[in-house]
Every structure is written in C-alpha cells, then in structure tokens.
Design a protein around this ligand. Structure first.
Ligand SMILES: Cc1cc2nc3c(=O)[nH]c(=O)nc-3n(C[C@H](O)[C@H](O)[C@H](O)COP(=O)(O)OP(=O)(O)OC[C@H]3O[C@@H](n4cnc5c(N)ncnc54)[C@H](O)[C@@H]3O)c2cc1C
Length: 434
C-alpha cells in the first residue's frame, strides 16, 4: 500500500489517499472481506475524479496477453495497456477495434469508461468489441459476463466508471490490418459548418477527427482541420512496424503563465495556417495518427501546478450546429481559449446504462484550471443541458448532479441497481449520486 497525493491526467483534483496494489483474485477477495470503501483504478488516464478516493485499488498481476490469430481475439488481464496489446497484435496483422487518443489506458479502464475512438460513427464503443470479461463484485464473487450471460451486470459495468467491481480480465475482438500505415486525408475548413460537411461527406472513412480553433470568431467561428483515414492495404509490402517509446518529456511542471490567451491564440493561428493545403493526402504511421500526444511524455505538466480540466460533451445531431456555435461564441468571448479542441462524430448509442456516446457530435476542450474557467464551464453546462446533450464522466470532476441526471436517462435505473454495492465509491460518485 502506498500513501500519497493522487490525481488523474488533469492533475486536478488532487487527493490524499492510499493506493492498494493487489496481484491475485484471493488478495482482492480478502481485501473486500473488510468492506473498506474503495474505487478501482487503472492507469489514472482519466482526467477528473472518477478514479479517486481515500482508498484506490489497482489490480496489478503479471500482465497476460493471449492471442488467437484464427479467431482474431485477445484474452488479456485487465491491467494490460492498449499499447502493450498493440505491441503483440500488430506484428500478427491485428489491431484493437477501438483505441482512444493515448496508448496508456488499461483494458479495465477502457471497459469501465466504455471509451470511444475516431471510428465511433462506424464501430461504436470499446465494449461493442468485448466478447466477455471477468469481474469481482463488491461481495467478492468472481463473475463471467458476456452478451448472453449476466447481461445486466455487463450493461452496468461498461461505462459504469468502476462502480460495479474490479474487472480482472477480458476477451476482445481484433481487427485484421495488413499494414501499420494509415492513408490520411486532411481538409482545412474555414468554419464550423464546413467542418460538419467534412464529417458527413467523408463518413465512409473508418477514422475521422477534427481540430477546432476555438479562438476564431465571426465568419471563421469554429474553423479547423479535418483529418480522416483508413489502414492502408500493405503499401509496397511494408513491414508491420511498431510504435516506439516517447523520446521527449516535459521534465517539470511548467509555470502557469505559459498557457495564456495570447499564447493559445498564437498557437491556434499558427496551427491552422500551417496545416497543409486545403485537401492533402499522405501516409502516416498509426502511432502519429492515433496517439500524437503520446510523443511527449508528461505533456500535462505544461498547464502548471493547478492542473487543467478537460471538458467533453456530446450533442444530438439535430442540435449540434446551433448549440456548438453558441458554445464556441461563449468561449471566444470569455478569452479562455483551449489549445486542444477535438471534434468527433458519434454513431448510434449502445445499450449500456452510462455509456457516453449518443448519435451526434462530441467536442473535447482542454482549459487551464482557473476560477474564471470554472465560471465559464457552468455556462457551457447549461447550454449542453438545454440542448439535450451530456458530459463525459471520464473527463469530469465538477458537473452538478442535476445536469448528470438530465444527460443520462438511465441514471436512476443504474443508481437503483448498484445501491447495495456501498463499499465501491469514487469522489465522482459521491458528488453525483447524492
Ligand atoms: C491523452 C488522452 C487521450 C484520451 N483520449 C480518449 C479518447 O479518445 N476516447 C475516450 O473515450 N477516452 C479518452 N481518454 C480517456 C481515457 O481513455 C479513459 O479515461 C480511461 O478510462 C482511462 O483508463 P485508465 O486505465 O487510466 O483508468 P483510470 O483513469 O485509472 O480509471 C478510469 C475509470 O475506470 C475505472 N477502472 C479502471 N480500472 C478498472 C478495473 N480494472 N475495474 C473496474 N473499473 C476500473 C475507475 O474506477 C475509473 O472510474 C483519453 C485520456 C488521455 C489522457
């Protein structure tokens, strides 16, 4: 057990607590016997307070990855990182169907947040490609879940932010790929409407994402750079080349004035103006395409010692255009730009109680943690709420319970069904499940 100050990727909030590391199912069961409140943790790559509490439990056995090439599946322990998995699958011409924007997420964390990638519009969430998982529930039972067996526990666990127990292993479907190269298309869009058109016109591309300049105003409101891609068909018999460890690291927490409205405006203008010609195509390695931020270790330190907030919401397609414009206008007026604003298109919602994606557009924004930003986010919450949107729990540390309930229609049902698991709680669940 180690005592210390813990935080997720946003470095906010910070919690003094105990991190308990358990290596076997027996150890988990004897820990549970004492009924001490805890929350499971993976690799703290969520942003807010969903993995924080007085006691945090990490299941960390020797990592196991078993691949069945014929079936195109992998059976893994829950502490395996997406990056570990790719190291094993890519040389065999296989790739996880859904990956997030970093390789440093555990399989347990990916299921618990039911993460999405750049291909939600075609492939859905992470759990849509999980064949089965094993979980130790609050009463110490080791339960196997799949689409047919224990479906209720499945629906509660995928997207349930760790509140149903400790996931210990999973069996995943993999995608066949014949190269490690992505054919990428880049389109510069001069407004938010143009960006929406890019998504709609290129929705046959498996992966798509856009960077949005949220300092641009008036006719340029929401201008950005749209990027889409597909795995290439083994161009020139290239080998299936793996990613490497990051070469650069931010060595210490940067002074907080480094990120300010002027530097953000300059960065955004430069990025927009330097981004390729209006319709460029190129080949790039999967690591550059899926995980560009992983190239710099500890990049979260650039926001200073108060940390930062990632604000991610989704809006139904019908209200996306109008609501996004008013959100972007509000951000521009506040002067609190975000250097990283990422727009994605979501396809249909799945059956899980608290999975975040619904059909529509999602925007994720990074903001330095300041009192003014908290004020701004309260205003954005109400725009999201008034337009029937919802906020992503994996990124949240501050929304009010009412907005959470309005956003997630199945919330009450979820709450009723987990009411007996009182010893599993996070700072987030204590705030939202009052
Ligand atoms: C740079 C960056 C980019 C990202 N991009 C994306 C993206 O594109 N799409 C996306 O959806 N998310 C994205 N994320 C968020 C990230 O994928 C999720 O927050 C994920 O849950 C983090 O996994 P983790 O293993 O670090 O878990 P933690 O952060 O440690 O925990 C997250 C949640 O999972 C629960 N949990 C963790 N392990 C277990 C377990 N074994 N059993 C039960 N519950 C568990 C915790 O209780 C907590 O509620 C990104 C994060 C970063 C830092």
């Amino acid at each position: 057990m180690s005592k210390g100050y813990f935080s997720a990727w946003g470095n906010f909030p910070v919690k003094l607590g105990d991190l308990v590391t358990l290596k076997t199912v027996k150890e988990i069961q004897s820990f549970l016997y004492h009924k001490k409140p805890f929350i499971p943790v993976g690799n703290f790559k969520s942003y807010g307070d969903s993995a924080l509490n007085d006691t945090m439990v990490k299941f960390n056995p020797v990592k196991t990855i078993e691949i069945n090439r014929q079936e195109q599946t992998a059976t893994v322990s829950a502490n395996v990182l997406i990056g570990d998995l790719i190291q094993k699958t890519m040389p065999l011409g296989l790739f996880p169907v859904v990956v997030p924007g970093t390789k440093f997420v555990t399989i347990g964390g990916a299921i618990a947040a039911d993460i999405h990638g750049k291909n939600h519009h075609l492939d859905g969430c992470f759990s849509d490609h999980v064949l089965s998982f094993e979980i130790i529930t609050a009463d110490g039972k080791n339960i196997h879940c799949d689409a047919k067996k224990n479906q209720e526990l499945w629906k509660l666990t995928c997207g349930g932010m760790g509140l149903t127990g400790l996931i210990i292993s999973a069996k995943l479907k993999l995608r066949k790929v014949s190269s490690s190269i992505i054919y990428q298309r880049t389109i510069k869009a001069s407004s938010i409407d143009e960006l929406f058109n890019c998504f709609e016109n290129n929705n046959q591309d498996r992966y798509s994402v856009a960077w949005v300049d949220c300092t641009a105003r008036n006719d340029s409101l929401g201008r950005g750079v749209f990027i889409s891609g597909n795995f290439a068909n083994n161009p020139r018999n290239q080998k299936l080349k793996l990613h490497k460890d990051p070469k650069f690291s931010i060595p210490f927490v940067m002074p907080k004035y480094l990120i300010n409205p002027t530097t953000i405006r300059c960065f955004n203008s430069l990025y927009y103006n330097l981004s390729g010609n209006s319709k460029a195509r190129r080949q790039t390695h999967y690591d550059n395409f899926f995980f560009p931020l992983d190239k710099i270790k500890n990049w979260n330190r650039i926001y200073g010692d108060a940390g930062f907030l990632q604000y991610q919401f989704v809006l139904p397609k019908l209200s996306s255009s109008i609501a996004l414009k008013s959100i972007l206008e509000r951000i521009v007026d506040s002067g609190e730009g975000s250097p990283l604003a990422v727009l994605k298109l979501f396809g249909k919602q799945n059956i899980n109680y608290l999975s975040f994606p619904m059909e529509g557009y999602t925007l994720a924004l990074d903001f330095k943690n300041t009192p003014k930003v908290h004020q701004l986010l309260i205003e954005l919450d109400s725009i999201v709420n008034n337009n029937n949107g919802r906020i992503y729990l994996a990124k949240d540390s501050r929304i009010k319970p009412q907005y959470f309930k309005n956003g997630y229609q199945e919330f009450q049902c979820f709450k009723d069904k987990i009411k007996n698991q009182k010893n599993i709680q996070s700072l987030q669940s204590q705030r939202l499940f009052k």
